[in-house]
Write a protein of this length. Structure first.
Lengths: 565, 210
């Protein structure tokens, strides 16, 4: 095997481990992963960690659905149910959504702008390990949550941890403290990564890549990181206040001393609503790369797409209290938040039409990433429409805290975000590993998950309209909830089978998958110009670009894109 | 497939007309500055929430002491902190011009002014705790006052520690003209801490004592 970097580049094998490297003992190779500052390794560690907690929190969700499948089921006690619910929600946002999406940006942003790493590689590693140990703390609460008083276990205060339930008199032991510290650490880590991503996009682009030639994914990473910068600190600040309340006798949310429980709600949702966009903007980013490649057309309305993303980012900072219509705000407050929430629909609609226009007249290839993307378009539209329904304050008064809301936000989180995460996994797996995922197994995964998802969450809309409250651990027969809940729970089985198919597909493809080559999808952005997997330094020579699709220019020298931009 | 290195070659040899030229040299903003701007934005939001909590709870304390009874304008502290923003600019300019000795002198002034501010805050807290009987647990004013002013003081402490570190490095001869940009980035953080003090001063010492 050739040794020097030059020889390996000449053979096109710079990303592949040499025999000498493989001969290292396992401990040595693990050690390399722990000390690494390489954005690709950290990206994969984020995604891998996120997928692990996806299984854990998914099993917790399955237990919840098992408990609710039939009336008066006795699978879990009310206390255990509340812990499952809290950990499922908290973990899916902070231990699954955030790390997977940050992981993809970590991996892709430097590759797409022709850089060799993020701007601050060590800060990146710091952020990862903050996330890693923060995530451990959340689940360690099952062991340590009792504290000295021996009361409590995992946190049972819901993912938005409303005060004053989280204050010391109502939340004994250390369970709530684990919730606070875990989320505080992961948020600080995410903020560090957001600083890193923004700085990278503005200061590390390869020659020729002006801001209006950046891939849409990188633009959306900038918007996403910008949102993280201003959305995560409010939660961290409120958590510091809560810790001061719990340990130093402060009164921020102590209603007996004049403190306001409502203030926590405001602070939480000032974080919480932009957080939804922090999670969904990466889904937009994946769609904006995958849909053009599988439609064989350049993305429709690049500038408008970027502008709409920025608009979504700005507007999403001013809509938080639509989570709080039922607390009794003034009519003016209600009117403001109804209007601002509906305004988000405009730039979002622009994006949906732009993706459709990208597909219009294209030669669509229905490979697995595209299947997930098309399902995303429909499901995201529906979740947006139910969102606009819930934005109407009187409608929200009727349906808040019912399963209609649960179904609505799971349509966003699963129907839009998770579907696009799956699409991204199928699309970039060949780049990260050098192996293709199996197409037939991928199709199985898609259809199982697609039908399972609709069985569960379409029916839960109806359960909500029928008046089923959320967060109940069981219900009585004869209220019209039974059939709907049973169907919803059966859907979980299909979704679980889909995920198992994906896991099997990943393991099988890693062992014996088809070799991917540099550019299996005939794509146009820079990450496909280097080997699969890319070498540690990404590009042997820093590339130079002249258009938004540098690989198109390379493949079609007679008709390059820069003539039309 | 060809390697990434062939982009330029491909465009030149096969292109029918040449692509528009790329700016040469290709210059982008510095990492340090961009990173510091992002850090300041995110830290501002953190402060904003504490300021919001303070303003929200003005006049809502159930028991005394109230702000107007116990707070007085920290004039000396304010003058010191704000003028440290000037001395740090003078120091950064001196380093930019390569005048290390002048840099060291003004840098030392900056550090001294920052430390004076911390001492002043300590004296104010001592008076509030032992004479006015105001602690974090006393009432909502105590809760919000100590957390907001304390958060700011924490930032001053971090900034002063960084400045002290640079001071030590300067004495050991490690700081040279080529570090001018890093010093400037550090000075941005210091300006930010000063600007936050203006907000804290207005909300805590002016508005809430009305």
């Amino acid at each position: 095997m050739a040794g020097s970097i030059e020889e390996r580049i000449a053979l096109g094998r710079e990303g592949i481990a040499t025999a000498a490297e493989l001969a290292q003992p396992l401990a040595g190779r693990l050690h390399e992963w722990i000390i690494t500052v390489d954005h690709k390794r950290l990206g994969l560690m984020y995604i891998g960690g996120g997928l692990f907690y996806f299984m854990v929190a998914g099993l917790q969700a399955s237990t919840i659905r098992l408990q609710l499948a039939v009336p008066n089921a006795g699978i879990v006690s009310p206390q255990v149910f509340n812990r499952l619910l809290t950990l499922h929600g908290t973990a899916m946002v902070f231990l699954v959504g955030m790390p997977i999406l940050i992981g993809f940006f970590n991996y892709l942003v430097p590759l797409m702008i022709g850089a060799r790493d993020l701007a601050f590689p060590r800060l990146n590693s710091f952020g990862y390990w903050l996330w890693f140990f923060g995530a451990l703390l959340l689940y360690f609460s099952y062991i340590g949550g009792g504290g000295l008083q021996g009361m409590g276990s995992a946190p049972a205060v819901g993912w938005f941890a409303y005060a004053p339930l989280t204050e010391t008199p109502f939340s004994r032991g250390n369970s709530t403290d684990y919730w606070i510290l875990s989320i505080f650490l992961t948020s600080v880590g995410s903020t560090a990564t957001a600083i890193n991503l923004i700085t990278t996009a503005f200061t590390m682009r390869c020659p020729g890549m002006t801001l209006n030639k950046m891939p849409v994914l990188v633009w959306l990473a900038v918007v996403d990181a910008g949102l993280m910068l201003v959305a995560l600190p409010p939660l961290s600040a409120a958590q510091v206040m809560l810790l001061l309340d719990r340990y130093m006798g402060a009164h921020f949310f102590d209603t007996q001393a004049g403190g306001s429980a409502l203030l926590w709600q405001h602070f939480f949702w000032i974080f919480g609503h932009p957080e939804v966009y922090v999670l969904v903007i990466p889904a937009f980013a994946f769609a904006s790369e995958i849909i053009p490649v599988f439609s064989r057309k350049v993305i429709f309305g690049y500038e408008v797409m970027v502008a709409a993303s920025c608009a979504i980012g700005f507007i999403s900072l001013g809509v938080w209290a639509h989570h709080m219509f039922s607390v009794g705000m003034t009519p003016a407050g209600n009117a403001f938040f109804v209007t601002s929430t509906m305004l988000v629909g405009i730039p979002t609609g622009i994006k949906i039409f732009n993706w459709l226009a990208t597909m219009w007249g294209g030669r669509i290839r229905l490979r697995v990433p595209m299947l997930f993307s098309i399902a995303f378009l429909f499901q995201f539209l529906i979740s947006g429409l139910t969102g606009i329904m819930l934005a109407v304050a009187p409608f929200d008064w009727q349906l808040t805290d019912t399963y209609f809301v649960v179904a609505h936000f799971h349509y966003v989180l699963i129907g839009a975000i998770l579907f696009m995460i799956f699409a991204a996994v199928y699309y970039w797996f060949p780049k990260a590993t050098g192996k293709m995922l199996d197409e037939r197994l991928g199709q199985f995964h898609f259809w199982l998950f697609f039908f399972g998802f609709h069985m569960t969450f379409d029916t839960l809309h109806l359960a909500g309209l029928a008046g089923m409250p959320r967060r109940i651990y069981t219900y009585q027969p004869g209220r019209g909830f039974e059939e709907l809940n049973l169907i919803a729970s059966i859907g979980v089985i299909l979704q679980g089978l889909g995920v198992i198919t994906l896991v099997y597909n990943v393991i099988r493809s890693l062992a014996a998958g088809k070799s991917a080559g540099r550019d299996p999808w005939d794509a146009w952005t820079l990450e496909w110009s280097t080997t699969s997997p890319p070498p540690e330094y990404n590009f042997p020579e820093v590339p130079t670009v002249h258009s938004r699709r540098p690989l198109w220019d390379l493949k079609h020298p007679a008709d390059p894109d820069w003539r039309y931009e | 497939m060809s390697s990434a290195g062939e982009f330029r070659i491909g465009a030149i040899t096969h292109g029918i007309d040449a692509p528009p030229p790329i700016a040469d040299p290709w210059v982008l903003p510095s990492r340090g500055r961009a990173g510091m701007i992002a850090l300041i934005i995110t830290d501002s939001t953190f402060f904003l929430i504490f300021v919001a909590a303070y303003v929200f709870y003005i006049g809502k304390s159930l028991t005394p002491p109230y702000p107007r009874e116990v707070l007085s304008y920290p004039i000396l502290n304010t003058i010191c902190l704000l003028s440290s923003s000037l001395t740090i600019v003078v120091a950064a300019r001196a380093l930019h011009q390569g005048a290390i000795r002048r840099f060291a002198v003004w840098w030392f002034f900056t550090l001294a002014l920052g430390v004076e501010f911390l001492i002043g805050t300590g004296r104010e807290w001592h008076r509030l705790i032992y004479q006015a009987g105001l602690t974090l647990r006393t009432n909502l004013f105590g809760t919000t006052y100590y957390s907001l002013v304390g958060l700011h003081a924490l930032h001053v402490t971090i900034g002063a520690s960084a400045i002290a570190l640079v001071m030590g490095l300067t004495w050991s001869g490690a700081v040279t003209q080529k570090h001018a940009e890093r010093i400037e980035v550090l000075s941005w953080y210091w300006h930010f801490v000063d600007a936050v003090w203006v907000v804290v001063f207005v909300t805590v010492y002016v508005i809430s004592t009305r």
